[in-house]
Design a protein around this ligand. Sequence first.
Ligand SMILES: [Zn+2]
Length: 265
Amino acid sequence: MIRSVLKPHLLYTATLLIIFVGCYTVPETGRTSLNFISTGNELQLGASEFEKLKREETISSDPTLNGKLQRVGRRIARAVGSDLPSAQWEFVLFDDPNMINAFALPGGKVGVYTGIMDVATTDDELATVIGHEIAHVTARHGSERMSQGITAALIGLGLNMALDDDKNRDAWVAAYGAGAAYVVTFPFSRKHELEADEIGVIYAARAGFNPEAAIEFWMKMNLVKQGNEPSAFFATHPSDFKRIDRLEALMPKVKPIYEQNKNNR
Ligand SMILES: [Zn+2]
């Protein structure tokens, strides 16, 4: 009896502690997120994963496409300003025309596949892709997801102990296991996707790229999706009308930023 009273209490304290030590204010949106991975740790994790990918995949040597990626990437990284001072930006073009994909790893490592360059043909459209990926990095979505996964696992562990005598214990534990797996398996949640869109168009506009290209880009992606095999990027980046509606609603906020910066490009 004492055990079942005490243990949830301890668990509650542990959870509070995690939340207390691990809060991060997302730049540009001001959202408070759970994050107890240090920026140094995430930089290390991202960098070692990126090195592995660079060894495994073919890096494109196309001078025009590489020039375009570096040009747009550097401009947007500059527009980030002090949002994530620890970031070490690196942009690599991977050669796979069938891969309509781009990704960002914690700490500032951005990978773009040649396949998505065929969709994002203008600098403004590529700025949509890179702005979005860089936003995942500065919002620290990767380590937020890890923090959530670890917390879910801890809660699962705590429940397992607390519900020792409960017939429903196995069901509870299975539910938390599924919850933890969900958080860890799905690359970014819908909330993270929409937040990356919002922060991404702010960065693009600040770097002097037309934010309206985001709407054109996602509409094109919708058409591409219909004629292609479903890829990881489509699974994690649904280009449905909710995304496009949200971007349209952001235009009155970001177009003045673009007007101010378009001549500095
Ligand atoms: Zn994304």
